[in-house]
Design a protein around this ligand. Structure first.
Ligand SMILES: NC(=O)C1=CN([C@@H]2O[C@H](COP(=O)(O)OP(=O)(O)OC[C@H]3O[C@@H](n4cnc5c(N)ncnc54)[C@H](OP(=O)(O)O)[C@@H]3O)[C@@H](O)[C@H]2O)C=CC1
Ligand SMILES: O=C1O[C@H](COP(=O)(O)O)[C@@H](O)[C@H](O)[C@H]1O
Length: 495
């Protein structure tokens, strides 16, 4: 399907009464509807155990849109009237027969042509069961296409991810499965490929001859909030590194694909993951740092440490911060460290990528250049979107000194409009059958294999986690990780 066609589909949301549906899915669907990106021939069927009616769901959807989207709410009632609710426990097999009938009726009423998206916005332990009943009870038998959207986390480790994958593959083929990584829906994450492959100035420099190191930081100000139960089992390594951070690294490191097709792009990303240097047990401590936030001060207010959070064990060893050094053993990247860093309760909410270029072999201005005068390309993923190229120029005046010159591009400044939300873009991609910005099983598999080596080494290590004050950029050990290579983290909160 071309991007200018309006896809039509029934979207079945398992977990329609939950937080994700309310905060992300309903507002995203409404934006697509308002822009005319999706056809008016659509229906949403919400599923949860709560005894809601169609009317209750509709009023909840309306409320969530009024809360999440400011401005124009034209056609909101018309949109909400295409929502239906079916209460049932997803483990109850017979309910799927009723669901099948319901979808059949709605399909006819809205003339949808049998297309169906099944969106799993629920805890992952249900994904396999739902997929199997959808198949065994014939809900997937339609004259149109069927697609399964799976939320994270996709497993807890490689073994559980494989088990889950086997279960869903019994009911859906790989090309019907859309594994969400919402970072792949972010405007500037998608821009990485364009920056690299559509600019003559960057690609020739994009290798170990010219790049000293790459730093990817995704920091949050928020703590664990009310997700302590989930987070205790996950930690920052599984929550952020296994998926979002690894995806950004693969996009930065991949070879140019033969063409911009889903298969070619995924194939190049997979090669990066295959080239990651495995970390032996004893090297984990040298290459990966974990830590937990302690008490700290934000804007004059004291916030509590992780151990005092709701649903967190008082002697928890769960990491809320990870910094790591990844090496990619291929011709392009041999010797170039990719440093990653992510954590909760840090100084700023910011996702940035810094590409630090090597100094010239002989710099005529070496004694005039400002301290830290390295050439940097900064890709601002969020909250600001854009890029900055940091160069050196002549300081105005007669001294002949140099000063740092920043060439800035801000997406918001140029377009004057908000870029689409990640979920909005990903829902649309799924409806047009474009799986490029979803994770293929091979990516998930390789990424877990890499992460498992780290988590296993950590499980065996009985020493106490370092702590970092809330509101800081992490523990001292994360700085030492770079200092041992004679680098330092660029201060992203000021860029
Ligand atoms: N919230 C977020 O920001 C994000 C969430 N995710 C992922 O999305 C998924 C959903 O998260 P979230 O919305 O926060 O979770 P919530 O706990 O808010 O919602 C869970 C949903 O599952 C339903 N549910 C639970 N058990 C059953 C059952 N046996 N039968 C039918 N329905 C059931 C609940 O409905 P009811 O109570 O009515 O039964 C509810 O709608 C998870 O996989 C999470 O990891 C991923 C990224 C961000
Ligand atoms: O997937 C997740 O991402 C969010 C951070 O997402 P962002 O788009 O706000 O950067 C993180 O808070 C959450 O713990 C994790 O599950």
């Amino acid at each position: 399907m071309q991007n200018n066609e309006q896809p039509k589909s029934i979207i079945v949301i398992f977990g329609a009464t939950g937080d994700l549906a309310k905060r992300k899915l309903y507002p995203s669907l409404f934006r697509l509807f308002q822009k005319g990106s999706i056809s008016e021939q659509f229906a949403v069927v919400g599923i949860g155990r709560r005894e809601w009616s169609d009317e209750t769901l509709r009023s909840q959807v309306k409320e969530s849109i009024q809360t999440e989207i400011s401005g124009d709410h034209t056609n909101l009632d018309e949109f909400c009237n295409q929502f239906y609710y079916k209460p049932f426990n997803v483990t109850s097999q017979h309910s799927y027969t009723e669901l099948k009938e319901m979808l059949h009726t709605l399909d006819k009423r809205h003339q949808i042509g049998g297309n169906r998206v099944f969106y799993m916005a629920m805890a992952p332990e249900f994904f396999g069961t739902i997929a199997q009943y959808l198949k065994s009870e014939g809900v997937t038998e339609t004259e149109g296409w069927t697609r399964l959207v799976i939320e994270k986390p996709f497993g807890h480790d490689l073994a559980s991810a494989k088990k889950l994958n086997d279960e869903i593959r019994e009911a859906f083929s790989e090309d019907e499965i859309y594994r969400i990584d919402h970072y792949l829906g972010k405007e500037m994450v998608q821009n990485i490929q364009v920056i690299r492959f559509a600019n003559a100035v960057f690609e020739p420099l994009w290798n170990n001859q010219h790049i000293a190191n790459i730093q990817v930081t995704s920091s949050e100000r928020l703590g664990v909030e009310d997700r302590g139960g989930y987070y205790e089992n996950s930690g920052a390594l599984r929550d952020m590194v296994q998926n979002h951070m690894m995806q950004m690294v693969t996009l930065l490191a991949m070879e140019p694909p033969l063409r911009l097709s889903t298969e070619e792009i995924r194939s190049e990303k997979i090669k990066v993951l295959r080239a990651l240097r495995p970390i032996a047990d004893q090297q984990v401590q040298e290459s990966f740092i974990r830590a937990q936030y302690g008490q700290g001060v934000y804007d004059g207010e004291t916030v509590q440490g992780y151990l005092k959070e709701k649903n967190v064990s008082p002697d928890s060893q769960t990491e809320t911060f990870v910094a790591g050094k990844l090496l990619i053993d291929n011709y392009r990247w041999a010797g170039v460290p990719f440093y990653i860093r992510t954590g909760k309760r840090m100084a700023a909410k910011s996702t940035k990528i810094v590409i630090e270029f090597k100094p010239q072999p002989h710099n005529l201005y070496h004694d005039k250049i400002e301290k830290n005068g390295s050439n940097l390309l900064v890709i601002h993923i969020q909250p600001d979107e854009g890029m900055t190229l940091m160069l050196n120029g002549k300081k105005i005046g007669t001294t002949g000194d140099t000063s740092s010159v920043n060439l800035n591009y801000s997406q918001h400044g140029i377009d004057g409009i908000n870029t689409p939300e990640a979920y909005e873009r990903l829902l649309f991609d799924c409806m047009i059958g474009d799986a490029t910005n979803f994770a293929h099983w091979d990516e998930v598999n390789l990424s877990w294999a890499y992460i498992d080596a780290i988590s296993e080494a950590w499980d065996e290590d009985q020493s106490n986690l370092p702590s970092y004050p809330s509101g800081s950029m992490g523990p001292r050990e994360a700085n030492e990780l770079l200092e041992q290579d004679e680098f330092h983290w660029w201060p992203i909160e000021k860029m």
